[in-house]
Design a protein around this ligand. Structure first.
Ligand code: F6P
Length: 373
């Protein structure tokens, strides 16, 4: 009998979501002869049973389209907010799954989605997740769809900022996305030839950044471009952040954990404007006028680049093969030129951060890029 498979997109959007829907959908419908049910707005669609039939025509013309035709949200299956109160919606979701007589559920998303997928898999649903994020921080996969496109956008922005920084003899700080991991800032910073790259994994000091800029000035370069990840911190902020995070990790009771989490949120909030603070400090330390450009959501929007379209199509088709083989409770990871299923129990809750000895970090040091340490 033909299978019925549900599909949804969850978490922050990323270029390539529609390309995966198409890659999975075309393989499911044309190669395997299955029926496809799209859930609207991620987990919300599962909870409220909001669906759309995904037939062949719905999958045409979406390869190049940004965003997601299914919509998305950032809900948690076990702490779903109803009138501001967290509720466990796993039983409700299981009912929706049964009602639609699904054989499998395919979830496209990042780290939060991998955790949701694991919870649903533990509850007995046949779940497969696919690695989406411009941050490239999902554990267990070589790369994620969305990352290559965001790199292109961010590199182009750094290129453009170079000419205006040069013309005005300014420091320009380009803030890139990446709240925990610095892959995007490091990759685009290297590709765009940023003079200094600041990432969350390597706490910086203002003095170190200023020293790199002054050394450039002595060599005759009266401008500098600094690529800063939104999650980068100076050593003082880093110590405050670590201390707040340790409080959460060591909290002895649920109440203490709640209080520690609220404190951590406040610390993160207070550190949010760090790129503007750094700009003021660098202006004072070097005498060069400083400006900030926040790239923000531009990095997540628009057409996926060819590398992401190819990756998305390969991952989507591979996910359909795993459904056919009855391999569930896994993330479809990109591995070299191929793909491989990685158990969600190994992936969920882990982040792939930039190792301090990573080739990109060492390359940056060799070509004289300041890393702020
Ligand atoms: O996960 C990707 C990401 O773009 C992060 O880099 C960023 O901090 C976050 O999403 C912000 O997304 P939103 O504002 O949609 O929650």
């Amino acid at each position: 009998m033909a299978k019925r498979v549900g599909i949804l997109t969850a978490g922050g959007d990323a270029p390539g979501l529609n390309a995966v829907i198409r890659g999975f959908g075309k393989t499911a419908i044309w190669h395997y002869g299955w029926e496809l049910v799209g859930f609207i707005d991620g987990v919300r669609g599962l909870v409220n049973d909001k669906t759309v039939d995904l037939t062949g025509p719905a999958l045409s013309g979406i390869l190049t389209v940004g965003g997601t035709i299914l919509g998305t949200s950032r809900d948690k299956v076990h702490k779903y907010l109803v009138d501001g109160e967290p509720q466990d919606m796993i039983p409700t979701i299981a009912q929706t799954y049964e009602k639609h007589k699904l054989d499998a559920l395919v979830m496209l998303g990042g780290g939060g989605t991998a955790k949701n997928a694991r919870r649903l898999s533990d509850a007995g649903l046949n779940v497969i997740s696919l690695p989406k994020t411009i941050d490239n921080d999902i554990w267990g996969t070589d790369t994620t769809f969305g990352f290559a496109t965001a790199m292109e956008i961010a590199t182009d922005a750094i290129d453009r900022l170079h000419s205006t920084a040069h013309a005005h003899h300014r420091i320009i700080l380009a803030e890139l996305m990446g709240h925990r991991a610095g892959w995007l800032t490091l990759g685009a910073g290297l590709a765009g030839g940023a003079d200094i790259i600041l990432i969350p994994e390597i706490p910086y000091t203002v003095e170190s950044v200023a020293t790199t800029i002054r050394a450039r000035m002595q060599r005759g370069s009266t401008f500098s471009v600094v690529a800063v990840a939104e999650g980068a911190r100076d050593t003082v902020d880093w110590a405050d952040y670590r201390a707040a995070k340790d409080l959460v990790e060591t909290a002895a009771s649920a109440e203490a954990r709640r209080a520690a989490k609220a404190h951590l949120q406040n610390v993160e909030l207070a550190q949010r404007e760090h790129t503007f603070k750094l700009a003021r400090e660098l202006e004072a330390a070097t005498g060069l006028e400083s400006r900030v450009t926040i790239l923000g959501y531009v990095q997540r929007g628009g057409t996926p680049c060819s590398a992401d379209r190819l990756l998305a199509t390969r991952l989507g088709a591979a996910a359909a093969d795993l459904v056919d083989a009855g391999t569930f409770g896994v993330l479809v990871a990109a591995k070299g030129d191929g793909t491989a299923p990685v158990p969600l129990s190994e992936v969920a809750g882990k982040l792939k951060l930039v190792p301090e000895t990573h080739d990109w970090v060492e390359t940056a040091r060799k070509v004289g890029t300041g890393l702020g340490d």
